[in-house]
Design a protein around this ligand. Sequence first.
Ligand code: SAH
Length: 216
Amino acid sequence: MNFDQLRAEMVADLRERGIKDTAVLQAMHTVPREAFVQEEYLEHAYYNGALPLPAQQTISQPFVVALMLSALKLKPQFNVLEIGTGSGYAAAVLGQIVRQVHTVERQEALVDYAKTRLQQLGYANICVHLGDGTLGWPEAAPYDAIVVAAGGPTVPVSLREQLGVNGRLIMPVGSYKKQKLQLVWRRKDGRFGQKTLTPVRFVPLIGREGWDDGDQ
Ligand code: SAH
């Protein structure tokens, strides 16, 4: 299978769907998505949909990754926090665009899965942490941008607090099964602006400031 060609086609498709951020398109042209999918789904690595990961989780749809990262208006000097490492794919894309990425995952099996792949590819500016990402990762705050890759009932207060001045956060907010992307930004006066974007379906954000493990 010619993955380089499939990757180029994926990027052309993202452009056609309206993704304009050249840094995001360039990063997705560079990162081998095939390295992050499970072996049995290898031939679908560039399918524009979510794909299964261990522990009943999913690697997000390329278009949604591109949409979320574009909304953050990323710049090279940024320090970025991702909640929900999953496969590590979105973290790898982020790592091509910004200076430093911190990514938090609650499932140990996925922390190992992502770390192995990121190491093999030599992506050195990404730190993978095991923990409850609804509490953020205060040790490396403030962040210029925060991306949450799981859906919750509200934007966790801890994440708002760890956003720097002019920082932008994007997260799926809604019910357990259906959400809308919500963009939040911190103004100079410390207050927050917010805007609701498109409907999406993400796996649940489970933690202290998210859903309980038993919620459905
Ligand atoms: N960004 C990933 C896809 C993430 S899927 C990729 O590119 O592959 C969502 C992930 O969020 C799952 O791995 C799930 O285990 C994780 N998750 C759910 N609740 C979490 C929490 N409170 N803290 C950290 N990770 C969480």
